[in-house]
Design a protein around this ligand. Structure first.
Ligand SMILES: [Zn+2]
Ligand SMILES: [Zn+2]
Length: 99
């Protein structure tokens, strides 16, 4: 599912484009930006320690610029995925004149 939210009150620090797109962090173990890690093999929920999720950097959401593809939160390896998502929407952008 390539679904995303549109964030109208945010703009891209790289190219200034607004709105930005975002989605919930896709890391299955990520809860509100944090992942529980365990010191031993006995993984009892609540006994581990919380580390910041690398994909969303503790925010719980991944955010990117639909215009220049800048990844604004998290793992740089996600850049490619964000571009793939935007390719699906390319038709919309192409129908408008580019300045
Ligand atoms: Zn996350
Ligand atoms: Zn941008």
């Amino acid at each position: 599912m390539d679904d995303y939210e549109v964030e109208y009150d945010l703009s891209c620090p790289d190219c200034g484009h607004s709105p930005l797109h975002s989605r919930d962090c896709i890391n299955l173990f990520c809860e509100d930006g944090y992942i529980e890690e365990f010191l031993d093999d006995v993984e009892i929920p609540g006994t581990g320690y919380e580390v910041k999720c690398q994909e969303c950097k503790g925010t719980g959401v991944e955010r990117w610029c639909p215009k220049c593809g800048a990844n604004l939160s998290g793992d740089k390896r996600m850049d490619e995925q964000f571009r793939e998502i935007e390719k699906l929407d390319e038709g919309y952008y192409k129908s408008e004149p580019q300045i």
